[in-house]
Write a protein that binds this ligand. Structure first.
Ligand code: PHE
Length: 341
């Protein structure tokens, strides 16, 4: 019996030595140490032995089990080690390869130019005033002296919502009504930046969404000379002190008189090129003296108060400043464009 035990032990050890993979250890364990394994079988069979042999054989069998268990553990450790070593060999990371540089973002060019615009107007005492992008027909049109069916509405075709009288603003001018509501009867000196929407064909010169920066000054004794001074000062701070500015008569229902402002083309210094369509001048904004109807709608008595307003497109300003020929680049998300500025 003891001899059988010795053979069993030798066989188990030999087989254990042949196990090459961690997953195969379970099988070996079942075969020798499991409930139905060879050693358990042997212990169960003890009852069949003569009484005087039982303690000896029992002790030897238990000892064998303990030894095999210990050896199983050792083998497991060895295989584990081998497994890790093999993984380290085959899955080695080459630390000498150059790393991947994390992409560092930056402020979008539209916002960089917007910040510059804020700075320039801040120097002249204008505060930034926020107003909503979703507007009512009343504020976007009627408060600005554009009644329903007025032909001027054709200039600002927009996206209407399914709610009656609610639309995406076509310009920042409805912000004038918000500012007047907030300030009246105090004087006002604000700029109103933000997104605007127009239902029109997208081309190199027009997008369906774009930014505007509105300016509004309301107070006693404000004249057109103040408007001209502010615009000229802005243009020279933005584009250089040698810039020339001219004011052309124009029409907006919410200003009287109304003007459009041109600057001499910075690309050709007024000589004439494709960007200025060979005129030497480029339009930069619309402006005028706040219409008495608009002042009254905002709670100001036009007998005592006057004001000026202007509206500019910062994308257009950016295009002129950086010589960009297509407005669609701005919101295309094209990194080649964004990185180039
Ligand atoms: N709101 C006008 C536009 O979008 C621009 C403008 C603003 C003109 C303020 C005059 C005064 O075209």
């Amino acid at each position: 019996m003891l001899e059988y035990l010795r053979d069993l032990g030798a066989q188990a050890r030999q087989r254990l030595g042949q196990v090459r993979k961690l997953e195969e250890l379970g099988e070996w364990k079942r075969e020798y140490l499991g409930k139905k394994g060879a050693v358990s079988e042997l212990l169960r069979g003890l009852g069949g032995l003569p009484a005087e042999d039982r303690p000896l054989v029992g002790r030897a069998a238990n000892a064998l089990r303990a030894e095999l268990e210990a050896e199983l553990e050792r083998r497991e450790q060895v295989l584990q080690q081998e497994f890790v070593q093999a993984a380290l060999r085959t899955e080695r990371v080459d630390v000498t390869l150059p790393g991947r540089r994390p992409a560092v973002g930056r402020v979008h060019i539209s916002h960089r130019v917007l910040r510059r615009i804020y700075d320039i107007f801040a120097e002249m005492g204008f505060q930034v005033f926020d107003s909503p992008e979703v507007e009512t027909d009343r504020r976007n049109f009627r408060s600005l002296n554009i009644p329903p069916h007025h032909p001027a509405r054709d200039m600002w075709s927009t996206f209407y919502t399914t709610r009656e009288g609610v639309l995406l603003r076509t310009h920042t001018s409805p912000g004038q009504a918000w500012a007047m509501q907030a300030y009246c009867p105090e004087p006002i000196r604000v700029i109103l930046p933000g997104k605007c929407y127009r239902y029109e064909q997208v081309t190199a010169r027009s997008e369906f969404m774009f930014y505007q920066v509105e300016g509004l000054a309301v107070g006693e004794g404000i004249t057109m000379a103040d408007l001209k001074g502010v615009i000229i000062a802005f243009t020279r701070r933005m584009f250089g002190s040698e810039r020339q500015v001219r004011f052309r008569c124009s029409y907006f229902p919410f200003t009287e008189p109304s003007v459009e402002v041109d600057m001499d083309c910075i690309l050709c210094q007024g000589q004439g090129c494709r960007v200025c369509k060979y005129t030497g001048w480029v339009e930069i904004l619309g402006a005028g003296m706040v219409h008495p109807v608009v002042l009254r709608n905002g709670g100001y008595d036009p007998q005592h108060f006057g004001g000026f307003a202007f509206g500019m497109g910062p994308e257009r300003i950016t295009m002129l400043k950086y010589g960009i020929n297509d407005i669609r680049w701005f919101f295309s998300g094209d990194l080649r464009f964004l990185r180039s500025l």
